[in-house]
Design a protein around this ligand. Structure first.
Ligand code: F6R
Length: 612
């Protein structure tokens, strides 16, 4: 959904913009552009395609200056082309702007500006902002013209603006799309996300909706749209640059898959109180949970992979905490008329904390008097700030577009939350409680053991790399795992059509497509529906499907039902989706890599969907 950066400082602006943009490329990569003030005016460079093309195409240029902005695009309005790539300029080339978001009323604004004589170059919604600021700057200072223009915009934006008439300042503003400020030594940054600035500073400030910021090399001033100053202190980020780099792995996705033992451990750390055998969160969250009513109802909302985590959460909370739980896609929930009340907790799950539909769902929940708890990976993100309490996943920055470590961290938090609530409601007997606590402690090691199947999975991937279709089937806790496995493959290997189903649904339709050799992956780990899954395997084998089965370690008999077996460590059913996710991620990764796919930045996708 586009990455934007802005820089003002005493270093040469070109390399800094490129370095920052390279850490935001996961947000969009169909074109890239930069603009800098070079002492004579605004210098703009744009290329269609990835940032690499722009860097190579400008490698012989000095790109000097101390003020600049950059953009990596995921097209919403206007095809990916050099003309539509950002930055966009006004008629006179005196100001440049980059934008992440959607201006919903751009057509009316454009017509008005065309009538006033403005000339447009692109089909984008963004260009109207440049002309609107130009229009107002004829009678107002740049600062006031920017504010005035912002007041007319409907939709969402994170913006960064520079102008020849104000060469010592950079301006930013936000409504609905993320924007952070990085405070360095004699330099300041604006960016869509923290990794963009981690190479230069860890002092960060978050801009809120309807706030404007004015940056000089050594100062910053945040204010409301009406011009009222806001006092805010920076926070120090504990991620370092190594977290945002590949550390020798071929792709970020593979690195992030391998990080899971550690991210699961970080997510559990300090949350198990062995003395009283209860889960503990931060004070605010404990307080929130303590006040839930005995008949509290949970409605879990999320998108994509986080939605699959939500589906697993439903099974967990229903079975152990005996709660009434509904799960909805945030993009559907926001347009429904849900029956919420003060005994409803809307639990929003989001890695980025900036997904537009999830945020809209949170706002609807609040309007209707429900409480909002969230599971989120990014401290300071919009979801985190707008929730009454937050359960953070401590997965660190997730860069690959396909979510992996954030998913297993979300499942871990859901299991912790389930334990907390089940315990608080006195629904667990002591031996059961102890057993769960022991498994939590072992989980990082179990995840490490699940990674041991990697070499086998590479061989299996080789066998299926030329497939055109893939079914993923599972039941109960591992039905969402099947959905997630299929999503991973279709996201990163668009050559293969993959679908996930509840295994029991096969006979109601999807089985019609099965032909000899059709690949079907089953998740058949130990559970009380194991025998049912075996029957489903038989049904597909009767139609000569080729079966890959993920089974619990030590299951010898499964080999007679499967063409290929992937083993995961044995565990209680509630934890099994955390472990089965790992081979599913690895299989998708190796199939995609064998097909030469762009694993970290698949076509048509972007991380953090900040538009509707
Ligand atoms: C899939 C994926 C997406 C996200 C979805 C929600 O691999 O990454 O489906 O899960 O866009 O994103 P968050 O969790 O940031 O709200």
């Amino acid at each position: 959904m586009c990455g934007i950066v802005g820089y003002i400082g005493n270093s040469s602006v070109g390399p800094i913009l490129f370095e920052s943009l390279s850490r935001l490329e996961y947000r969009g990569y169909d074109s890239a552009g930069i603009a800098l003030l070079n002492g004579h005016g605004i210098e703009v460079h744009k290329r269609v395609g990835k940032l690499k093309g722009l860097i190579e195409g400008t490698s012989q240029l000095p790109l000097r200056g101390h003020l600049g902005l950059g953009h990596t695009r995921w097209a919403t309005h206007g095809e990916p082309s050099e003309t539509n790539a950002h930055p966009h300029l006004d008629c006179q080339g005196r100001l440049a702007i980059v934008h992440n978001g959607i201006i919903e009323n751009y057509r009316e604004l454009k017509e008005r500006l065309l009538d006033q004589g403005h000339r447009f170059q692109s089909q984008t919604d963004t260009e109207v902002i440049a002309h609107l600021v130009e229009h107002y700057s004829r009678s107002l200072s740049l600062r006031d013209a920017f504010r005035k223009a912002l007041q007319e915009l409907q939709g969402s934006y994170a913006l960064c603006l520079l102008a020849t008439d104000d060469p010592e300042r950079l301006y930013g503003a936000r409504l609905g799309s993320p924007l952070i400020l990085g405070i360095g030594k004699n330099e300041m940054f604006l960016a869509s996300d923290v990794p963009a600035v981690l190479g230069r500073t860890r002092e960060i400030m978050y801009l809120n909706d309807r706030e404007v910021v004015e940056l000089s090399q050594n100062s910053l001033q945040i204010s409301t749209l009406d011009g009222n100053p806001i006092d805010r202190q920076p926070s120090r980020i504990d991620w370092d640059i190594a977290c945002a780099q590949k550390s020798g792995f071929k792709h970020f996705m593979l690195k992030e898959i391998h990080e899971q033992p550690n991210t699961i451990e970080q997510t559990i750390l300090n949350r198990l109180d062995w003395q009283i055998q209860q889960v503990r969160f931060d004070e605010r969250t404990n307080h929130f949970l303590e006040r839930l009513s005995p008949d509290e109802q949970f409605v879990i909302i999320a998108c994509g992979t986080a939605y699959h985590a939500a589906l697993v959460g439903e099974y967990m909370l229903e079975e152990f905490a005996e709660m009434a739980v509904d799960v909805d896609l945030a993009s559907e929930f926001r347009y429904r008329k849900p029956r919420l009340n003060r005994h409803t907790t809307v639990l929003a799950i989001s890695q980025s904390g900036e997904t537009a539909d999830t945020l809209a769902g949170i706002r609807l929940a609040k309007e209707q008097g429900a409480k909002v708890l969230s599971i989120c990976n990014v401290v300071g993100s919009s979801v985190a700030r707008e929730s009454d309490a937050v359960l953070f996943t401590h997965a660190g920055p997730e860069i690959a577009v396909a979510s992996t470590k954030a998913y297993t961290a979300q499942l871990t938090v859901l299991a912790l939350l389930t334990m907390y609530l089940a315990n608080a409601r006195q629904l667990l007997k002591d031996p059961e409680k102890l057993q769960f606590f022991r498994t939590f402690r072992k989980l990082p090691e179990l995840a490490r053991l699940a990674l041991n199947a990697e070499a086998d999975i590479q061989k299996i991937a080789f066998f299926y790399a030329d497939s055109e279709n893939f079914y993923y089937l599972g039941r109960k806790y591992n039905f969402p795992s099947a959905l997630e496995g299929a999503l991973k493959l279709k996201e990163i290997c668009p050559k293969i059509h993959a679908e996930g189903y509840a295994a029991g649904e096969m006979k109601h339709g999807p089985i019609a497509l099965i032909r000899p050799g059709w690949p079907v992956l089953f998740i058949a780990t130990d559970s009380n529906v194991y025998d049912k899954v075996i029957s489903n395997i038989e049904e597909t084998r009767a139609r000569k499907a080729s079966c890959v089965v993920i089974a619990s370690e030590g299951n010898r008999s499964i080999r007679s039902y499967a063409d290929h077996v992937i083993e995961v460590p044995k565990t209680e059913e509630i934890f099994s989706p955390i472990l089965t996710a790992i081979p599913l991620q690895l299989l998708a990764y190796y199939i995609a890599d064998l097909n030469g796919c762009d694993v970290d930045q698949p076509p048509n996708l972007a991380k953090s969907v900040t538009v509707e």
